[in-house]
Design a protein around this ligand. Structure first.
Ligand code: 13P
Length: 249
């Protein structure tokens, strides 16, 4: 069965509740006929209002992070039950910014992925190499390691339903998009890694996104590649015309 493409926005630390409500109110009618799954990863504080607006529409809500424990003395963290209660569908896990600034590791990514599933949501697991790793010729090994550790002990069914986002760090927020061939090469490598770890059926079902300076002008070419099932989009998901075009790509 053909994989449904996904346009997933990651607002990062942008937009408070007021701006979010205004923006999403305009997004909903603009993407209502999209053939893609449209997802918006908004800041925690915006989730209640955005989830209410999106209920009954084709726009799904994602959180940008989540802690793996359900409750307890973890100051500042947000748990799976809290997000599930609000109607969150997806949780972005292991974004390179969280790995770099907030000490996210492959181990916590794996724990978080399991916790996301435990609460009935779906993880969007991020991976990607630095420019230095690419230049050293170790990008393939690096990505395979990140994928293997992230998926550790997940079931066939879980991996079939989850989303992996390949985001080369050198392409994030730099305006320097990977070429569609570069993006396809690694998205293919990720799918083959899943086939090795699981089986062909699981590998054919898992969705692999590309992220890194995706915009209206390049989404068609990127999303048209055989192993690229859509995009995880930062900056361009904050602009209505760009996001409308990408969502409908
Ligand atoms: P940009 O689209 O702004 O490059 O960000 C990509 C990203 O990090 C999405 O998670």
């Amino acid at each position: 069965m053909a994989r449904v493409k996904m346009a997933a926005g990651n607002w990062k630390m942008n937009n408070g509740v007021k701006a979010a409500v205004e923006f999403v109110s305009q997004v909903i009618p603009a993407v209502k006929d999209s053939n893609n799954e449209v997802v918006l990863g908004v800041p925690f504080v915006c989730i209640p209002d955005v989830a209410k607006l999106c209920a009954g529409t084709n726009v799904k809500v994602a959180a940008q992070n989540m802690y793996f424990k359900d409750s307890g003395a973890y100051t500042g963290e947000v748990s799976g039950p809290m997000l599930a209660e609000l109607g969150v569908s997806y949780v972005i896990i292991g974004h390179s910014e969280r790995r770099e600034y907030f000490a996210e590791t492959d181990e916590t990514v794996n724990l978080k992925a399991k916790a996301v599933f435990a609460h009935g949501m779906t993880p969007i697991i991020c991976c990607g190499e630095t420019l230095e790793q690419r230049e050293l010729g170790i990008k393939d090994e690096w990505i395979r390691m990140q994928v293997k550790l992230a998926l550790k002990d997940l079931t066939d069914e879980q991996v079939s339903s989850l989303v992996i986002a390949y985001e080369p760090i050198w392409a994030i927020g730099t305006g320097k998009t990977a070429t569609s061939e570069q993006a396809q090469e690694i998205c293919h490598l990720i799918r083959e890694c899943v086939a090795e770890l699981y089986n062909r059926e699981v590998a054919d079902a898992v969705r692999v996104l590309y992220g890194g300076s995706v915009k209206a002008s390049n989404c068609q070419e990127l999303f048209g590649m055989a192993d690229i099932d859509g995009g995880l989009v930062g900056g361009a998901s904050l602009k209505l015309d760009e996001w409308q075009a990408i969502s409908n790509c």
